[in-house]
Structure formats: structure tokens, C-alpha cells
Design a protein around this ligand. Sequence first.
Ligand code: FAD
Length: 495
Amino acid sequence: MKYDVLIIGAGLGGLVCGHILSRAGLRVKVLEQGAQIGGCIQSYRRGTHDYDTGFHYVGGLGEGQSLHHVFSQLGLLSLPWQRMDTDFEHIRIGGRDFHLSQGFDCFVRDLSAEFPKEKEGICRYADLLRDTVGQQFSLLRPQGEAASPFDLFERNAWAYLNETFHDPLLIDVLSGASLKMELRKETLPLFTFCHGNGNYIESSWRLKAGGGQIAQTLAEGIRRQGGEVTCRTAVEELVERDGKIALVRCADGEAYEATTVISSIHPAQTCALVKNSQRMKTAYRHRMARLENTFGMLTVSLLLKPETLPYFNHNRYVYRRPNVWDICRPGEPVGGLMISARVPEDGSRYVCQVDLLTPIAWEECARWAETSVGHRGEDYVAWKNRKADECIALAEEAVPGLRDITERRYISTPLTYRDYTLTPQGTAYGLRKDAGDALSTLLSVRTPVPNLLLTGQNLMLHGVCGVTMTALFTCAEILGKPWMWRYVGGEEKLK
Ligand SMILES: Cc1cc2nc3c(=O)[nH]c(=O)nc-3n(C[C@H](O)[C@H](O)[C@H](O)COP(=O)(O)OP(=O)(O)OC[C@H]3O[C@@H](n4cnc5c(N)ncnc54)[C@H](O)[C@@H]3O)c2cc1C
């Protein structure tokens, strides 16, 4: 049977594309190599508890806000979302506490009270965030002038912050909740920084009963709309004939035909799947292979003793010392982390699961890269445990006594992500975007092979919001901009 669209990978990018395209009436099949769907947002079970991996909170779900309409179209708005506190980010730097508030006006008001001399810069920054969030959809507009975010991709975020603000502590505070992106002074584009922060300042939400529901809901929607999602089906070759992908071969021996193929995996891996090609020239393959990946994450998931810690409906961040842009140094103790509490499912006022997340450079775990899960040896286990101990010790600055109330802990590293999702270097945010080289590091959804498209966090934007946005651009290549513009409620947004 020939499909209209075959999608490689059932992570968020692949599933959102599958949902939109099956809704448009196309015959869609999503092929996932793993035992379960979700990629970075899959959950796992230990004992009687589910643990999240790459999802803790999302921004912009409030009515009229950036993700509201699209999430409603995807059937995700009916999930049990819980709005976080107004002061949703608590940031502790070198022993001092600061808060960021959601809602642009509250954000300006509360931060200006803390840094009165910087009020003008804070207002300008809030306007920029508002514009960035508002511009997200404009590139889908079928006619008329679309506001291009390209200028902000070419501006360096660190340089912007230093031009706009005088107090280095304020720069730290504004960046302190940005563990959701790679804070790298040399490269991080201003657009990535504003997009990553702006959606959350619009409004911030946790999901009761975990992030795995996002993938499950999307897959159910795809099936209801006549599409298919299969696990344990690794794509191992894309066969090109007459300049187009004619066949998708899988490791289980199956082969499928499709009019269009969408790959949500790393672009270098996509290139490697196209073994013989007239279209995909060496220069394109080299360009993809040379692109650098962002850092990965180490997560310590804690199961707490019953009724020992009241639930807190905000994130907490702790930095050992000022300069939060410089905490991911190989070989050094953990310099900063995020503490996320899981919404109690039983309505209790106590939390029973807490995650600690800290960025980890690939160099730290590269020496175990050639080994597989369960065969990494004692020195890997010792390294993981040392990192987890450092995380807990630092987290105790914001949650005193955390170690004593911990019943169990589970540790995942960039290698864990690499093993489960096949993502090179276990990168948390896909390919590194470089403001100094935006042309090369921002990837198009198109490839040199006309019926092979890309999607997912490696292309333009990462995170739940970024990957969803990118999926809209991928689908627009198949369904056309007018269809997508209607789908995102474009005209309504302009009113
Ligand atoms: C620790 C961590 C915390 C995060 N927290 C948040 C958060 O709180 N909020 C937020 O918005 N974002 C968060 N993110 C980011 C977010 O999870 C990702 O940006 C997003 O899930 C990436 O989706 P994707 O579809 O691009 O990639 P992936 O999730 O990597 O999906 C790719 C899929 O392709 C499959 N695959 C690979 N090779 C093949 C093959 N050959 N054949 C078939 N299938 C294949 C993989 O198994 C995988 O399922 C976090 C990420 C991490 C790592």
C-alpha cells in the first residue's frame, strides 16, 4: 500500500505532523524505532510511579495566547493542565532570591520593583518578548508582508542583554530560568532566547499526571483520523529513484512507499539513511554532519517519603555563584539546576516526585559512548551518583533537608537520551543555532530531495512550543500556507 506521508520518529515533531496531516485527510503512517512513542517527552514507570523525561512545563496555553488555538486543534487543550503561580520562576543566585512573574505586565512590574534603575530596559525587553511571541505565526501568512524573525536570529542574545542592561545581576536573573535552552555566550541567537522565555512569560502550565499524555493524545488522534503509528520500527534506508524517495526500508524487513517522507530525526542521520542519491550532494551531507549539537541534560528524579514536602506550584532554580551563563563546565561540580515538582495526582497538598535538571557537556560522558545500557561499568555509575549527590546538595539551598526526605532516586544522563531516542550526543535542544552563522545553522524544512522534508527540534526552534511551530511549517509544505493559516486561526489572530 502506498501512503501519502510516512513520518520517521514518533517524538513530538513527528506526532504533531501526523496529527495535522491525517486531519487533512491524508493517509499517514508514523514509524518509531523505540518501544514506546514520545521520544524526548516519553514517560517511564518505576514501581507504582510514572516519571517524566523531557517535559516539565509549557508556555502560552491561555486563551488567545500563542499555543492555545493549535493545542485545541491537536486535542491537547483538554488535558489536565495546571496554571503555575504568578511568580512561577524562583531563582536563587549566590544565596539571593529573585522571582519572575507570568503575564507581561506583572513581569515588568515585579522585576522593576527589584531593579528600579533598569525599568526602561525591562519594558523594552518585555516588548521584544511580546513581539517575538506574536510573530511566531506570521511566516505562515499566505499573502501580505510577514514579519521576519531573521534579524533576531542574527543578533547575539548575550550581547543584547549587555547592551540593554547595566546590572550583571539582572542579566543573571533574566537568564536564570533559561536552562530550557543552551546558554552559550558565543552563539545563542536573540530569537531563541526570546522565544524560549516569552512563551512562558505569556503564561506557564504544568500537566497533571505527566508529559507522556501529550504523545498518547496525539497518537490516539492520528489513529482516530485513520492514520497509523507503529513502534519498534526503525527506518534504516530511504531509497531514492529518479530523484525522489521511492521506498522506506525498515530494520524489521518491511518496506513502504509514500508520496512524501518527513524525517523528525537528526538531519545528519536523515542524510545517512539516503545511501545513494543523485539529489543529496556531498556538500549538503557535509554541512549537516558538521553542525554542532547543544548540550544534554542530567536529570535526578526523586521519589520522596510521603507527606514530607508541601507541593510548590513554581519552578526553583539554584546557582552556586553569579554568572549563570557559565555553569556547564566539563569536570567541574554542578553549578546550577532547575527543581521541578510533579503536580500531585491525588489532590494531596504534598508532592511525592521532584526532578532536578542540570546541563551536561557531552565531553563529560563521551568516554562511555561506545558502551550500551547496563554495560558501562562501575566508573559510570560512580560518576552518575557523584553528579546526583552534587545536584541534591545544591538543591538543598532551595529545599532544605531534601536528601533526608528522599526515598529513591533515578538518574538519566545524555547517554540515556542517546540510547532511547538515538539522538546524537543526547542533545536536549537539537542542533546549536549560531547568531554569527544563522544562514548555516538555521535549517529549512526542505531538503535537496523534493519529497523528503524535515521537522523537529533540530531545525529552527526547540521545546514543546518550538517543535510544534516547526511542524506547522513542515505541514505547510504539503498542505499549503492557506490551509495552515486557517488551521492556526490566523485571521482571528490578526484581529
Ligand atoms: C531533560 C529535558 C527536559 C526538557 N524539558 C522541557 C520542558 O519542560 N518543556 C518543553 O517545552 N521542552 C522541554 N524539553 C525539550 C523537548 O522535550 C524537545 O524539544 C522535544 O520533545 C523534541 O521533539 P522532537 O520530535 O524534535 O525529537 P525527539 O523527541 O528526539 O523525537 C525523535 C523520535 O525519532 C525516533 N527515531 C530516531 N531514529 C529513528 C529511526 N531511524 N527510525 C524511526 N524512529 C527513529 C526516536 O526514537 C524519537 O522518538 C526538554 C528536553 C529534555 C532533554
